[in-house]
Design a protein around this ligand. Structure first.
Ligand code: NAP
Length: 470
């Protein structure tokens, strides 16, 4: 068989589906996996596409199956396995070959790997891929970081396998070194926030309003036809409508209420704090998953701590209010995510194109939603202060709908329902509505106990002190 155009290592869920996607688009792929039995199993199950797949039992065989400059996608577990895979490949590579990490890497690792491989004469691309198993197979959203000339050599493949939004590929080279993986990390952070806010609305409807999963499914299905249209609203409707075949109960009721996390949400929060930012809706969502893991504490708390009971009806919730509240909170979560991208872009001199980022999230990825086209349009226009909440269309949307978010937060609080992400969205909105906040008091306290000094409103310069000793 002729040499393959591209190689792929890691035939797990994502790698196997990505390899089939590439083969289906007409690019022969050489495939390798650490556990070699998976290679024959994979090709054996590939049907007609097997003709475009080349089995490589070793890293040496993989290198031999490709013509230099080689391009090899690594789709293995993030962290040490990526370094181990690179180390195993390196002796078989030629200078100028391109390694592409398509897993969910910590962008700090991507920056380190890119620098080390560059010193050794190789090229490295950090490529964020979103869309899960289905996306990998039929069209994910792809966020690329690395040298533009390296990307140019694989751009035809990446654009061919990516999801399409009105025929335009949802793939883009966004910046150097770790830019692609950083954008993917923040994408996942927004995903955490959106999922959490949806779960909070579900909790209100279920516990305060007493509605059944099937009724709530119908509501999400209806909302998915309006401004809340999104993949997450769509699957929420499907999940809530599902019944457990073993017990006949709603599927959601037989699932243990402890949510896992693999790291990207936490990384978003850590990187935000390092950049002096706070993506509070994402922080709340990551925190809520940690709280969900404290099952024993919650079980004891349910017995010992008082507050409105979940059986109390609480104030009536209007469906239209819930829809508008969720829309406002979603806009705020996106705005915080994009502000974080802007801050990182500035700090790392990436020159990220935020409009393009929004465009490649319009299809293929988990947070795809009707809002993203409007977000791209907003970033293409004039944005005072770089924040999405100040773009005329979104300021209008928030002015029209944030009242519903306020009513929801009040009602949730009075009926004893936790809504950490929605409440943090409202606090962010209210903070940004106040030209003068309360930090003057913080500054006075800091100066009182630590002589930190402060700026005055009526004089230039820092280092002023208060009359605390008087
Ligand atoms: P997976 O199904 O668990 O597969 C993991 C792959 O990594 C397998 O091929 C495994 O090889 C390989 N691997 C593990 N440890 C290794 C090591 N020390 N050396 C070499 N290879 C090793 O994982 P996945 O879901 O496809 O995820 C792959 C990457 O994509 C991860 O970074 C993940 O975060 C990211 N991702 C996943 C999704 C998703 O929805 N699943 C979405 C976007 C991104 P063996 O067969 O030998 O164990």
């Amino acid at each position: 068989m002729a040499k393959a155009r591209i190689g792929l290592i890691g035939l797990g869920v994502m790698g196997a589906n990505l390899a089939l996607n590439i083969a289906e688009r007409g690019f022969p792929v050489a495939v390798h996996n650490r556990t070699t039995s998976a290679i024959a199993d994979f090709i054996g199950a590939a049907g007609d596409l097997a003709a475009s797949l080349v089995a490589a039992e070793t890293p040496a065989a993989l290198a031999a199956a490709l013509t230099p400059p080689r391009a090899i996608i690594i789709m293995v577990k993030a962290g040490g396995p990526v370094d181990a895979t690179i180390d195993a490949l390196k002796p078989h590579l030629d200078l100028g070959d391109i390694l592409i990490d398509a897993g969910n890497a910590d962008f700090n690792d991507t920056r380190r790997r890119e620098a080390q491989l560059k010193d050794a004469g190789f090229r490295f691309i950090g490529m964020g891929v979103s869309g899960g198993e289905e996306g990998a197979r039929h069209g994910p959203s792809i966020m690329v970081g690395g040298a533009p000339e390296a990307y140019a050599e694989i751009a035809d493949i990446v654009e061919a396998i990516a999801a399409k939004y009105q025929d335009a590929p949802c793939a883009a080279h966004l910046g150097p070194d770790g830019a692609g993986h950083f954008v993917k990390t923040v994408h996942n952070g927004i995903e955490y926030a959106d999922m959490q806010m949806i779960a909070e609305v579900y909790g209100l409807l279920r516990n305060a309003d007493g509605r059944s999963p099937a009724q709530i499914a119908a509501l999400f299905d209806e909302w998915n036809g309006g401004p809340l249209q999104s993949y997450l609203a769509e699957i929420t409707a499907k999940v809530l409508a599902a019944t457990d075949p073993d017990t006949g109960r709603p599927m959601v009721d037989v699932i243990l209420d402890r949510a896992g996390q693999k790291g990207t949400g936490r990384w978003t929060v850590i990187e935000a704090l390092k950049l002096g930012q706070s993506a509070s809706t994402i922080e709340a969502a990551v925190g809520a998953r940690s709280w969900s893991a404290a099952k024993d504490l919650r079980e004891t708390g349910a017995e010992r701590l008082t507050g409105p009971k979940t059986s109390d009806p609480g104030p009536v919730l209007l469906d239209a209010d819930l829809e508008r509240a969720l829309l406002s909170a979603r806009v705020i979560a996106y705005a915080q995510g994009f502000s974080l991208l802007a801050a990182a872009s500035e700090d790392f001199a990436w020159d990220l194109d935020l409009a393009r980022t929004a465009e490649i999230w319009r299809a293929g990825c988990i947070i795809r939603s009707a809002l993203l086209d409007d977000i791209a349009t907003a970033f293409r226009g004039e944005l005072p202060g770089d924040s999405l909440i100040l773009a005329p269309a979104f300021a209008r949307l928030l002015n029209d709908n944030a009242g519903a978010l306020r009513r929801l937060v009040a009602r949730a609080s009075l009926s004893g329902q936790p809504i950490p992400a929605m409440a943090s969205a409202l606090s962010y909105y209210d903070t940004m509505r106040h030209a003068r906040g309360t930090a003057a008091l913080i500054q006075a306290q800091r100066d009182f106990f630590g002589a930190h000094g402060f700026e005055r409103v009526d004089t230039d310069g820092e280092g002023h002190h208060g009359p605390w000793g008087l």
